[in-house]
Design a protein around this ligand. Structure first.
Ligand SMILES: [Zn+2]
Length: 250
């Protein structure tokens, strides 16, 4: 199960990296709902995020998120203390606004800062799903999970792919030239190639070999005389004089 989850996370992250340029170190904007939920489940967010994303990651909060947690008083004291230790993203709100709104403003229309958002707020999740290129993190019980890319993200990715396939405006004036080149290449390819003259059989392969006798015996006597004192049994191996005697006998 865990292996499958990691595989899914990797696939989703690859999608966001390739189409929207979301890459390490991951900047994760965390809101109050996520922090309180993590505290209830006894999850150490700073430790779990790099494990889940398999890379360096920095949890961040905005001033507005921190102020909202502080405003909740004792109910969210632990979360406020944790949030205080996180990197503070400058939102520029001098008087704090609702945290969800502040986060939406940080993301903007196209998530130019390539932020990831970790939240348990269903309304905020729904709003962020409409923005292409925002990886969303949620807690399913004690398990942090990366959401599948939203429809908006997928649509934007498809549009980008389409744009890649068609030629850009600056390319259009160059097109006639390109077309002429293409036609020329095609004509060249269609031209019948010059046929090579067929050569006859390789004359060297037909030549009769000049070698006499078996290999390696040139110059050496075929039948070496047997060593003196050794009896000759085989008629084949017999010396010439023996041979003549044998013939006489027969
Ligand atoms: Zn703010």
């Amino acid at each position: 199960m865990r292996v499958k989850r990691h595989k899914n996370h990797r696939r989703i992250l690859r999608f966001f990296r390739i189409t929207f340029g979301v890459q390490e170190p991951y900047h994760v904007l965390v809101d109050g709902t996520f922090l309180t939920h993590a505290l209830q489940q006894r999850i150490y967010v700073k430790e779990q995020l790099p494990k889940m994303l398999e890379g360096r990651s920095t949890p961040m909060v905005t001033n507005c998120v921190l102020e909202e947690l502080r405003a909740l008083g004792e109910r969210a004291l632990g979360a406020a203390i944790i949030a205080k230790g996180y990197y503070r993203l400058k939102c520029g709100h001098e008087t704090p606004i609702v945290a969800a709104k502040c986060i939406c403003q940080q993301i903007g229309q196209s998530n130019e800062r390539r932020l990831l958002v970790a939240t348990q707020d269903p309304e905020l999740l729904a709003t962020l799903r409409a923005v292409p290129g925002v990886p969303l993190i949620r807690l399913h019980g004690p398990v942090p999970q990366l959401e599948e890319p939203s429809k908006a993200s997928r649509g934007a990715a498809e549009a980008k792919e389409k744009q890649k396939r068609t030629c850009a405006n600056w390319e259009r004036p160059k097109l006639p030239e390109l077309k002429a080149k293409e036609v020329k290449a095609k004509a060249l390819a269609e031209k019948p190639k010059k046929l090579r003259k067929k050569k006859g059989v390789n004359p060297l392969s037909c030549k009769k070999s000049k070698k006499k006798g078996p290999k390696g015996t040139q110059g050496a006597p075929v039948h070496a005389p047997p060593a003196p004192g050794k009896r000759v049994r085989s008629r084949r191996m017999a010396r010439p004089q023996d041979k003549s005697e044998a013939e006489l006998n027969s």
